[in-house]
Structures are given as structure tokens and as C-alpha cells.
Design a protein around this ligand. Structure first.
Ligand code: ATP
Length: 652
């Protein structure tokens, strides 16, 4: 009930000189910092955090301090509790002060993903040789788990390597001392420890308390020419096409193939689904027919791509050891290699390579050349120069990582480069020739120069939209010169001449030569990053609101409490019941339902934030009318939910 005699306890409007505020700052010293409770320590302890960081000091404090955990406690949850905000024309309603101690919503159990989706490993079809069998010297205490992402994550899995934020002092060591230098921390990644991502309890970092979670600040980029009335509900959520793409990728990842002839188990993989579009045996690339499958790992429950080389017999155990070096190539332009082993699961002797799986990816040949020589007559659209430069930049990035690891890609072919997103390419099927043609006499420098030549031929082939264009080099170069800028032509010519010994030609020199194009591709990547951040911020609210609605629905309309006056028709639950009508069941002047998503989101956000704004709630029979603040509703919801979570507290 809105009691006239009580002061208005609206903190946000208080002046700094308020005696109550001063008392709060005093009290903070006696309040254990919530960062200490949650994380064990507060990184702002020496940087001005006003709260107490020594639990012992708190324990020894006199009992008067304990009394300070009351409505004035400067905690994260708005804890002002009084009957000042509500009024009823029928019966006075108060909220129990116990609501103040209501804990925040925590899901009770979190099922481990691998526990639910992963059957136990069965070692019935053990392989003859695996990379893991053949131990190799690993320099400086290298920990493979730091560089082996389980799924491609767009930045080559660096997120798992303990990214480094140059603006934040690290709270934990970045990795084992002496970790291999190739595993560079990504300065653009977010703090994976979550220490900054969660609620920020101390009065630090410019946050005002309470944090106004219901305030929306749209993050750019914004479309320039839209007026207010042109906005619609889609502006609040992920763009439809992006959502659709993510859903299709998830569906492809989870696809299974019942009644398949494929083996049920290949070493530690199961649920194989073929990814090849044709059943034609093609041994041109590797010297053996190769097949690609999606499969789920029994070790970690994740999905991988398995490439099988049919009929391969391993004669030299050192050959498969060469894959160890590939496991260390962790780059956004290379499909990460995880493992290799021989297997008899396909009733033959096969060599299996395990790599990242990129759902719904196509090869560049499928995208631009009409598949593998199959539809040569088909007209393929011309690839714009900017797209070619983007491919060149990404492939150069991949080659740089490969060459600086002392390796060579050996296959740079349109049929072995994956398009995993819009204009996003990754070198695939690396490592295979290192095993299959282990006995090659060519030096690594020679193979790296050959990579550059293959790279040049790939660009000419793509530029001409024809897989056979390199059969007639003069004609193809003439075409390329006509269709593209001199800078692009010169770069490609330089690559094609990489085997000439006249001058030093390596990937570093090439990258220096195309630096202006690197900047433009980098800028596009930054724009994409901005766009994705903006899209992500729209989704930010959804998670919170789902949790809030879940809580509301837990509390409202429980049949087992139907005759419990304490539960549904009395006290705080009654507010919530009428509040539910206020949010979802409003009708307009004609009695038609109001389905205004904006109203729902605004109400729920205010509820989540516990604002001081008051609303009028009218019961369905129009006999009761409450004026109640969101702050009180929030407390009512918290305490009702707590009562549900703790059965012993039930009132019957
Ligand atoms: N790591 C991967 N993740 C997802 N899909 C992949 C992966 N590797 C290959 N694929 C898909 O599997 C299919 C077959 O790949 P493959 O490399 O065998 O190409 P191909 O066009 O069949 O060439 P070839 O005729 O030489 O075998 C392609 O559609 C490709 O997009």
C-alpha cells in the first residue's frame, strides 16, 4: 500500500549529500565484497572497491554489523523493502521482509554435454597406427589442448588458448610457462574466464547502482534511412537470414543416416554421414580414392570431418608421425587437423584423417567451377576482383602459418579449399600428401615455392571460371589480364614465377607486396565483427527474459496450490497473477487482445531491473486494484520462487 507517511526511497534521485548515502558508503566497509564470495578474490580490491575483502575481519565485527544486512545494504539486488509502494482498495497487502534475502535464480543442474550425447567408447575396431602411437618430441612443454579447437570457431580456435586482452591485467597466467610461440594470443578475443562477463557487483568501472538493465542502447552499425515507424519486430532479434543459416548449420551437424551400410564405428567415431556429392571414385588428388564423412567423436561428443583414403597401406610408421606437426597449425584459413590413423573398419586398409567439420561448406570448385569438371559447359558467374583479393588474403594467411611451421600445403586446388561462410575460405586436405608421399625427394623450400605456384594457378583458374584453363597458360593469362586490374595480374604473375631461382620468392615477400589489399580485407573483417557484435547485442536480452518468464510461469497457476489462499489469492502471488494479465492479457477499448511485443519486453525488462516505476494492476473481477512498483513485483517473484525451490518452506 502506498503509505503517505513513509519517505520515497528512490535512490537514483538522491543527492550526493544525502545522509543515507553517506551511511551506505560507511556500511560498505563492513559488507563482504560479492566478488570475494563468488570468485574468491576481487581484482578491484586495491583499485578503490569500497567493500570488505577480508572475511575474517567481517566475522570478528560486532553483531551490530550483522544488522546492517537490511533494506539499506548496498548489494546488487535492489533490497529496499517496505509497504510504501502498494495500495489496494480491498485488502491491505504487504510483502514479507524475508524477500530481501531471496537468492538470484540459479538453474539447479547443468547436464554435461558429453555425458548426454556420448556413448562409451568401444575399442572393437582398433586401428593399426595412429598419430598418438608415435610420440614425437614436443618443444618447451607444449600443451596440445591449447591449440586444438574442437570445432572451428572462426579464429582458428584461439579462444581456447587463453586470449589476452591488452587493456586488462590478466588474472590468471596465460598458459604454461614456455608455451610454444606460434600459439599467439588473440588480442581481439574476449576474456574467456568470464570474470568480467558476469554481474559486476562492486561499485566500479563507472556503473551506477542499481544497474539499469532495462535501458536499451542500440549498438551500430545502423541503417541510415529508416524512420521510427519503419522499424519492426525483426529489429529486436537476429536477422532472419543469419538465424536461418545458423539453424541450417545446426541441422546439418545433427543429421544422421539410418540404415546406412557404413561402419557403425570407426575407431573413436560413430554416426558417419557421407559428405561427398558424387559416388565417383577419383584418385587424381591423392593417388587414392578419397571419401569425406561427418562423424561424432565418442571422446568428446563433438563432430568432425573424417577423410578416408581407400586402400592405403602404411609402410613407414614415420609417415603418419608427420601429422603431429600439422596439429600445431592453428590458423583461421586452414581446416584444423586433429588426428590420423589407419583403419580396417571399411573392410579394407584405409587411412583416416580427422579434421574440423564445417557444416554446409562447399569447395571453391563447387561454388565457382561448376563442380569437378562435371559441368564444364555451364556458365559460371565472373568472380569480382574484391572477392578474389579476399580469397588471396585468406590463403596467404594460411600459407604463412603453414610455411612458418616448416611445412608446405602441397595441395592448393579449388576442389580442396572450403568455403565455410560468405567469401570465407580455408585450405583443406593439408597433411595428406605428407603421409601419402612421405618419400618425396623435394626439399621443403622447394615444396613451399611450389605452393606459391599452385596458389597463382588457383587464382587464374578461378578468374577464368574454368577448371581446365591452365591447360593453355597463354590464353588464360590473356583472359586474366583483360578481366582484372594490373595489380592483381602482377601479383598472380609473381606467384606463377616462384620456382624461378632469380630472386627470393616466399610467402613473406608476397604478403608485403599485397599489403594495401590486406588492409582492405582487414577492414571488411572489422566491419563484419561490428555487425556480428551488433546482432549479438540484440540477442542479449532474450536469455534474461526467457529466465524471467520461466520463473513467472513456475509461480503462476500452480494446480497443487489451487485451494491454498496463501499461495494464489493472497499476498505477493496475487500481485504476480494480476501482473501476468497486465503483461500478456490486456485488451483494447473494443475488447480485442493487445499483442504488442514492445509492451511485453518493456514490462519484463522493468521487472527484471526492479524499477521504482509504479503500475496499476486490476483484478479480473475488477474488485481489487493495486498500485505496485516493479521493485515490489520483483521481490514478490523472487520470494515466491524461493518458496517453490525450498519445499520445506511451503505453506499449506
Ligand atoms: N572439413 C569439412 N567439413 C565439412 N565439409 C567438408 C569438409 N571437407 C570436405 N567437405 C565436403 O565434402 C565434400 C567432398 O570433399 P572433397 O574434398 O572430397 O571434394 P570433391 O569435390 O569430392 O573432390 P574430389 O573429387 O577430389 O574428391 C565437399 O562437398 C566438401 O564441401
Amino acid at each position: 500500500m502506498a503509505s503517505a507517511g513513509k519517505p520515497n526511497l528512490d535512490d537514483s534521485r538522491r543527492s550526493m549529500g544525502s545522509p543515507k548515502l553517506k551511511a551506505r558508503v560507511e556500511n560498505a566497509k563492513d559488507t563482504l565484497c560479492r566478488n570475494v564470495t563468488i570468485y574468491g578474490r576481487c581484482r578491484y580490491e586495491d583499485k578503490g572497491c569500497a567493500f570488505n575483502h577480508d572475511p575474517h575481519r567481517l566475522n570478528s565485527a560486532d553483531s551490530a554489523n550483522k544488522k546492517r544486512f537490511n533494506v539499506d545494504s548496498p548489494s546488487f539486488t535492489p533490497s529496499l523493502l517496505s509497504s510504501n509502494g502498494s495500495s489496494t482498495t480491498k485488502k491491505p497487502t504487504t510483502i514479507s521482509p524475508k524477500a530481501v534475502s531471496a537468492a538470484p535464480f540459479q538453474p539447479k543442474t547443468v547436464a554435461s554435454r558429453s555425458n548426454t550425447s556420448t556413448p562409451a567408447r568401444q575399442d572393437v575396431l582398433a586401428a593399426d597406427w595412429t598419430v598418438a602411437d608415435v610420440q614425437e618430441f614436443v618443444p618447451q612443454g607444449f600443451d596440445a589442448s591449447h591449440v586444438a579447437p574442437l570445432q572451428g570457431n572462426g579464429n582458428g580456435g584461439l579462444a581456447s588458448a587463453g586470449p589476452f586482452d591488452p587493456f586488462v591485467a590478466p588474472s590468471t597466467p596465460l598458459g604454461t610457462p614456455g608455451a610454444v610461440s606460434q600459439v599467439q594470443p588473440n588480442p581481439y578475443s574476449h576474456d574467456p574466464t568470464g570474470t568480467l562477463g558476469g554481474a559486476f557487483f562492486a561499485n566500479q568501472g563507472g556503473f551506477q547502482q542499481p544497474v539499469q538493465y532495462h535501458l536499451y542502447a542500440p549498438i551500430g552499425p545502423h541503417s541510415q534511412n529508416t524512420l521510427g515507424y519503419q522499424k519492426n519486430v525483426h529489429d529486436l532479434f537476429l536477422p532472419n537470414d543469419f538465424r536461418e543459416e545458423l539453424q541450417k548449420k545446426a541441422a546439418a551437424t545433427l543429421q544422421t543416416l539410418p540404415n546406412t551400410q557404413l561402419p557403425a564405428q570407426v575407431d573413436y567415431f560413430h554416426s558417419l554421414v557421407p559428405l561427398d556429392l558424387t559416388h565417383q571414385k577419383n584418385a587424381t588428388t591423392f593417388g587414392f580414392p578419397s571419401w569425406v564423412y561427418k562423424a561424432q567423436s565418442s571422446k568428446d561428443g563433438n563432430f568432425y570431418a573424417l577423410r578416408r583414403l581407400e586402400g592405403f597401406r602404411l609402410t613407414n610408421e614415420k609417415a603418419i608421425r608427420s601429422v603431429q606437426a600439422w596439429k600445431r597449425v592453428c590458423n583461421g584459413s586452414v581446416v584444423t587437423v586433429h588426428d590420423a590413423f589407419t583403419s580396417r573398419s571399411f573392410q579394407d586398409s584405409s587411412l583416416i584423417f580427422v579434421t574440423d567439420y564445417h557444416p554446409l561448406s562447399k569447395t571453391l570448385a563447387e561454388q565457382h567451377l561448376g563442380g569437378n569438371n562435371r559441368f564444364q559447359g555451364r556458365h559460371n558467374p565472373h568472380i569480382p576482383e574484391q572477392v578474389l583479393w579476399s580469397y588471396i588474403t585468406q590463403i596467404a594467411n594460411g600459407l604463412k602459418a603453414i610455411h612458418s611451421n616448416g611445412l608446405a600445403a602441397r595441395i592448393i586446388d579449388a576442389s580442396k579449399i572450403l568455403l565455410t561462410g560468405k567469401n570465407r575460405v580455408r585450405l583443406n586436405a593439408c597433411a595428406i600428401l605428407d603421409v601419402v608421399q612421405f618419400d618425396t625427394q623435394r626439399t621443403i623450400t622447394d615444396l613451399q615455392r611450389q605452393d606459391l605456384v599452385n596458389f597463382g594457378q588457383l587464382i587464374v583458374t578461378l578468374g577464368a571460371n574454368s577448371p581446365t584453363v591452365m591447360h593453355n597458360p597463354t590464353k588464360s593469362m590473356e583472359h586474366f589480364t583483360r578481366a582484372y586490374s594490373p595489380q592483381l595480374k602482377n601479383s598472380v604473375f609473381w606467384l606463377l614465377g616462384a620456382l624461378q631461382k632469380d630472386q627470393e620468392r616466399n610467402i613473406d615477400v608476397f604478403i608485403t607486396g599485397i599489403s594495401s589489399q590486406l588492409m582492405s580485407t582487414f577492414d571488411s573483417a572489422l566491419h563484419l565483427d561490428d555487425q556480428l557484435t551488433s546482432d549479438l547485442s540484440r540477442e542479449l536480452e532474450n536469455g534474461r527474459i526467457v529466465r524471467l518468464m520461466t520463473k513467472l510461469n513456475f509461480v503462476n497457476e500452480r494446480p497443487e496450490y489451487e485451494h491454498d489462499r496463501q499461495w494464489s489469492e493472497n499476498g505477493e502471488r496475487y500481485f504476480l497473477k494480476i501482473f501476468r494479465d497486465y503483461v500478456f492479457h490486456q485488451v483494447d477499448a473494443q475488447g480485442d487482445p493487445v499483442t504488442d511485443l514492445g509492451h511485453v519486453l518493456a514490462c519484463l525488462n522493468k521487472l527484471d531491473a526492479g524499477t521504482d516505476e509504479k503500475i496499476t494492476l486490476v483484478s479480473r473481477d475488477e474488485q481489487s486494484c493495486f498500485i505496485v512498483s516493479y521493485k515490489e513485483l520483483k521481490k514478490a517473484l523472487e520470494s515466491s520462487f524461493q518458496a517453490l525451490s525450498k519445499p520445506t518452506r511451503r505453506m499449506h
